[in-house]
Design a protein around this ligand. Structure first.
Ligand SMILES: CC(C)(COP(=O)(O)OP(=O)(O)OC[C@H]1O[C@@H](n2cnc3c(N)ncnc32)[C@H](O)[C@@H]1OP(=O)(O)O)[C@@H](O)C(=O)NCCC(=O)NCCS
Length: 177
């Protein structure tokens, strides 16, 4: 198994767009498979964000992850984000997801990014065990969503740099009773 930029193996674009659309497409009303495919085509780059990475077993694609500028949540000024971490079901629990995440963190650090964010629902513990911390909690579209952060200076350490100023975030929404 190895990880590469989607830019270097764009023949997998349709496959990963299909996975991501099937897993999360319902969260974006009006969003189509064609939209998802176009987004990934735009992320087939190396030196700038947004970009996509893929996990490969030989010629087969088995997972993906994005680094993107914005999230569907309303968090003004908070950027960039990890998104679309997905491992093909027959490859799960073999550390592919951990390696994709670590690779994305190292890419972010190399690009000079100070802090990476992500939103998680049920995979919170997965990220916490990999050094991510909770930044804020929200209730969106009927789901509890946690915004998490990892500070990337000098290679994505978990310690917050002393001069880091957390960008302003909107207050968590209160669940409807
Ligand atoms: C979450 C996911 C990326 C993990 O990939 P993976 O290759 O199985 O991950 P690894 O083998 O590196 O690690 C397995 C870890 O994932 C955890 N895990 C797997 N599925 C999980 C789930 N649905 N919720 C929470 N944790 C999960 C395991 O408990 C294990 O954690 P641990 O090593 O800290 O004990 C994969 O299960 C997946 O693609 N799920 C569907 C999409 C998704 O939920 N993505 C995350 C969006 S926030």
């Amino acid at each position: 198994m190895h990880i590469d930029y989607l830019a270097n193996c764009q023949q997998h674009t349709d496959t990963i767009a299909g996975w991501v659309f099937a897993e999360w497409g319902y969260l974006r009303p009006g969003f189509t498979l064609e939209n998802a495919t176009r987004e990934f085509r735009e992320r087939a780059v190396i030196e700038r964000i947004p970009l996509a990475l893929v996990a490969l077993d030989g010629a087969e694609v088995i997972g993906c992850i994005n680094i993107k500028l914005s999230e569907d949540l309303t968090l003004p000024g908070v950027t960039p984000w990890i998104g679309a971490l997905y491992v093909r079901s027959d490859w799960r629990r073999k550390s592919v997801g951990s390696q994709l995440l670590a690779f994305a963190e190292s890419v972010a650090a190399r690009l000079g990014i100070r802090a990476l964010h992500l939103s998680a629902t049920d995979a919170l513990a997965f990220y916490e065990r990999r050094g991510w911390g909770v930044l804020s909690r929200h209730f969106l579209q009927g789901e509890h969503v946690c915004v998490m952060v990892k500070y990337c200076q000098d290679g994505c350490k978990t310690d917050m740099p002393p001069d880091f100023i957390c960008p302003p975030i909107s207050p968590p929404e209160t669940p409807a009773s």
